[in-house]
Design a protein around this ligand. Sequence first.
Ligand code: SF4
Length: 618
Amino acid sequence: MARETRHTVCPYDCPDSCGITAEVDGDRILSFGPRADHPYTRGFLCPRGQDWPNRMQGPLRLRSPLLKDGSGWKSIGWREAIERTVEGLDRAVFRHGHRSVLYYSYAGNILKGNEAQELFPALLGGGTIAKGSLCGSEGLSGLEATDPSGPRPRPESVLESRGILLWGRNPAVTNVHFMPLLDRARKRGAFIGTVEVRTTPTTVFSDRAWIIRPGSDLALALYLCGRAIRRNGLPEGTCSGEAFSVLAFAVDRKRVLEETGLDGKGLDELETFVLETRPLSIWMGWGPQRARTGASLASVLDSLGILTGNRGIPGGGVVFNAEVEGLLPEGVFDVPGANPRTVSRNGMGKALLEADPPVEAAFIVRGNPVSQCGDAGSIRRFLENCPFSVCLDYRMSLTARCCSLVLPVSLPLERGGDFVSSYWHDIVQETSPVTEPPAGVRHELDVLTEVAAGLGLPDRFHPAFEAIGRHIRSLEWLEPLAPGMWRAHPKPAQGGPFRFPHCLDEPARPDASLRLVTVHARGYTNGQDLRQAGPPEVLPDAAFSPDDAKRLDLREGQAVTLVNTRGTFAARVRLDSGMAPGTVVVEQAAEGLNVLVSPETTPRGHSCINETWVDVVS
Ligand code: SF4
């Protein structure tokens, strides 16, 4: 076959949404790297992106349907696999109605075409589906409450900033293409400060880092707002400023020093930086908003932006997620009469175990809830006791291991005609297949269609998938930049005045001695850790501050067990002198970690993953 160059996009749930260029010869990938004409991500792919060829063609790829057989697995043909899936779903619907089927999908990737697959439970009648976010919706709620259509700086605006404040954001690991821009901004004179709960590659890169205790940043942000109000007053034409002032003035210096663990000099330096640097752009991270107070924190940081005169000025403003809206057509996903039962995603294990009518079939597509949701032990128990459970995946994930049947499906880089936008930059890209899926592997949408046909349901999936593509290609506010690449120029939304928060959510109360913070890793995103499919590894690291290690009599390398009312997790002690005390840090997706994680949700139904506490047993 002839050598061909193909452009596609990395669709991981990652803000960068990198363009990729691959050279292929048939199914052989000759080269695989960054797309050179992508305005933001040219230059390099992160280790997660570089690993795509290994995921597609490496030894851990599933290549035939697997049926649980005692404590092992046996390979079966596709015809039997589809028949078993249809039978399993049909039996549950016959016994208890459509709500007896759980349809679960979440965060395997951010392809727009995923929406087509979400038609499956609706066509079934609604089914049981999970609602609520494990990721960024809580912070977005906070910004929507204060300034829904407010000006949000684009990434390159930092080149006009004199100050850049990264608030719990770690772009050196989770938004790596921001780093070259930050570097250029610094060369143009910007000062980069970071508020964090531990030393990270980003705090090392920054000009100044303020390490605070986890959970104390709402008080810190309120204190800074109070100082800004005293200095600048309230801006004209805003709402609820007086009520917000009461909240902000309630946090005095003594309280903020106690809660954050900062010393007076450090707090003064932060205050001077925030109040006296203009333009200042504030970039909030994802970790701090995975808490009951996450939306409140976003609202207060947004307030800090306007109180310091940075809203809407070049190089200033407050950013969290910057989604490109309006890419999905309307009406295509409507199914009249669909009436699902919803369970809270983060706490769904207990809800599924107690559901009435019972859930007797689980259909999991692009999801790894045993690795990602809170109280994962309950989800595992639910799946292991569910009369029928099937997982569509490309490798044996923690969730797949708990199911009765695993169907090997294609990866996003094996399918074309889909689209990815970014929640950091404004580029929209179309996918094209780098290679065909390996023999024995089928496309997700085709599997769904065949199962639906077995249940007597129509193929609305492929028409919906095509409709998404037609809609996106027709949008006049997408400016073509190159083949399969557009820049979004959506019309600004009409909005009202800035609304300061007039009440704040209460944080969760600790129920053990150390806060467990789960952090992103360099090698994978969310539940995509390929190691889950491999042999068991050495104990994962749990990082402790030296103060806590001394108090708890822990030494480097020691095996310990983290424990709370939900379960236990074995780990190895790593001492980290850059951490605030009162915290233990473990990389997310470590096998068994989410057994400990809180299943609680915020008042808006999103996860409070970072409000989990544990004790340590040596
Ligand atoms: S994971 Fe993110 S940074 Fe890495 S290649 Fe994919 S989109 Fe780019």
